[in-house]
Unconditional design. Sequence first.
Lengths: 473, 100
Amino acid sequence: MTSAISIAREVASGATSAEAQLEKSLEAIAARNDELNVFLYLDEEGARAQARAVDEKVRAGEPVGPLAGVPIALKDNLCQRGVPTTCSSRILEGWRPPYSATVVERVLAAGAVAVGKTNLDEFAMGSSTETSAFGPTRNPLDPSRVPGGSSGGSAAAVAAQMTTISLGSDTGGSIRQPAALCGLVGMKPTYGLVSRYGLIAFSSSLDQIGPFAANVADAALLLEVIAGHDPKDSTSLPEPSPSLLAHVNDGVAGKRVGVVRELIEGADDEVVAAVNAAVAVLRDAGAEIVELSIPETRLGLSAYYLLAPAEASSNLARFDGVRYGLRVDAEDVTAMNEATRTLGFGAEVKRRIMLGTYALSAGYYDAYYGQALKVRTQMIHAFREAYQKVDFLIGATTPSVAFKFGEKSDNPMAMYLSDVFTIPTNLAGEAAVSVPFGHGASGLPIGVQLLGPGRSEAMLFAGARVLEVAEGR
Amino acid sequence: MSAELTRDDVAKVARLARLTLSDAELDLFTEQLRGILDHAEDIAALNLEGVEATAHPFGLTNVVRADEVRQSLSRDEVLAAAPDAREGRFAVPRILGEAP
């Protein structure tokens, strides 16, 4: 598959055109979208206009951006002006946002061509896309299995070569887990590195937007394009976008790498073997390996499933049938709110709203929500302590390769456990990347996770690149 | 603690969250929420006396922009996305009852 970097270079030089790249993308979508259910909406007309504009600039000799003519897919919780945005929920069906997310404006300004909106678990609540109101997405590598979630559509788009790159969001692993299950590079950047203006909020103290790509350099380039301060997001870090692409080949010589017992224990044997093989590769590349234990990470799952639903119960209060989306008529306003939400939300969203409402309710606030906030403090301190000893950490991204449909969908706790290794990074507000390394007995890819402190994206990409090179990519 | 979560608790929470649940949903959610809260007992049981709470990873402060007029979203465009709008406003069913 041609990389985003070479497409942009060839579009800029005139060796290919943005319109030709878009045609290839649309053909790949036409060939498999019915089977895989990747895109909820295709914006052919808009994409054609964007591609034409890029090609006209090239012909006029004007400068084009670093993503010139690169087809990109957008997770359907990112607002794009005039383009239907649903969060895979009936409650927003048919809504067309009157504004665009900052990340959407930035990728378009960089010359990317936004082909359409991809499927996700409803309101990003899930790990398989099975909670989408519009049906699950199938894993392009094995359609009997899930692509992961919640950003499963964005992962599948790149894995099926429908687009070269895509954007997702990661609240507890929603980029890294599908990246691992679809054989892609996916990064959860440092909290605040990427503006969330125009991302429909799920859990505001955890949500981050990040890139999917087939290789490390493309992921680094895409993150470089979307990162950097945005005055429209009060949680946005003050500094401009970091230099990432220039550092992907920096290697790991002299770096101290911590192998975290708790981020490997409980994973399938084949996943453990892949992590151990990755550790050996990093050692051979000059890294110093340190065995570590961070017991606090064991509490991450419980803390997350109190904090994220609590924040969600508050964020999703805005869906009341008044300003946008679905309304179910009733005799008075309260009955209308209730009828709208009852019909508009699916079971997983209702479950989390209720869990969050309960955790915040009088009498239980201290025991659940309050305790979870304190566990979060402990988690942050534990990671900080680890980063006194090592530069970055390594573990598994997921306990297993892609699982089959229905395997976990009847048991919320089983599904939640698929995020056990990714959640701690979100709670700590730090950065982590999943990179494909090795395959399971089924032939499906395994993801290895590299975790670092805030603003360590360049170092993590460099580490991921070492693993990629070792596999001959 | 969670062993105490009852069907009535779930019904109450559903009312607070403006959700109507069928009898079957009440049974299912009671069981499932109990399972999740049981898992959370590992942290509910911890002694975290004196540990500070973190609501936000980087301890942010409020950001206020300069008080100057700027272009905002078009009112008509925003109202066009509403289920019901009249006379430049969002319209909703009655809120107050008839006068006694």
